[in-house]
Write a new protein. Structure first.
Length: 200
């Protein structure tokens, strides 16, 4: 999270996933095409077989590829705040229930999700934070590439430190999404948090 005392970046768009390297993602291929590529490379074939192990078990009638089931805020000194994302109502609840963050505390975000029906390449968590309509932070966290499997995947983001000081305290809005290298947005939502002197 950026320090609000620094000069904010003004803008209205949710953070983009451009890392400035000029890297361009190749055309999306289905599973059969991927398995038939580079047949003469034994190491690559073994890697693909390992990645795609259990694909059949990940098939479902639900057309979604990435299914987010839970989102949590964790910090020492308080119980985890867990939001059930398995329903639209659960996602909406995060918007109407601002998270109270003690200034200067270390915290982590955690997500639980499942991948089904197809592989997901370069899944990332993208967030834009605004205060009083002004963009103060953009973040992109790479989660990774996954094959479809029935097991729930748990991913914990790196530890961050909340800003502190009189100028940092106040209400913020965050706009987040889970998006992959193919620009497929798997979930997008708005939420809020408030930085205070103490946990409340």
């Amino acid at each position: 999270m950026a320090d609000p005392e620094q000069d904010p970046v003004v803008g209205d768009d949710v953070a983009e996933d451009d890392d400035g390297t000029g890297y361009k993602v190749g055309e999306k291929k289905d599973l059969d095409e991927l398995m038939n590529l580079d047949q003469d490379d034994d190491a690559l074939q073994r890697w693909k077989a390992q990645l795609l192990e259990g694909v059949a078990e990940g098939a479902t009638d639900d057309p979604r590829v990435v299914v987010i089931s839970e989102f949590a805020f964790m910090s020492e000194g308080r119980d985890p705040i867990v939001f059930d994302f398995s329903t639209e109502e659960g996602v909406e609840a995060m918007k109407s229930s601002p998270i109270i963050i003690k200034e200067g505390c270390d915290y982590n975000l955690r997500v639980k999700f499942r991948v089904q029906n197809d592989t997901v390449l370069g899944l990332k968590f993208i967030t834009t934070v605004k205060r009083k309509g002004v963009k103060v932070d953009n973040q992109i966290h790479m989660i990774g590439s996954y094959a479809p499997k029935p097991e729930v995947i748990e991913f914990e983001f790196p530890t961050e430190t909340a800003p502190s000081g009189m100028l940092a305290r106040g209400k913020y809005k965050a706009y987040s999404k889970f998006m992959d290298d193919d620009k497929q947005v798997h979930l997008e939502w708005e939420w809020a948090f408030q930085i205070k002197k103490k946990w409340e």
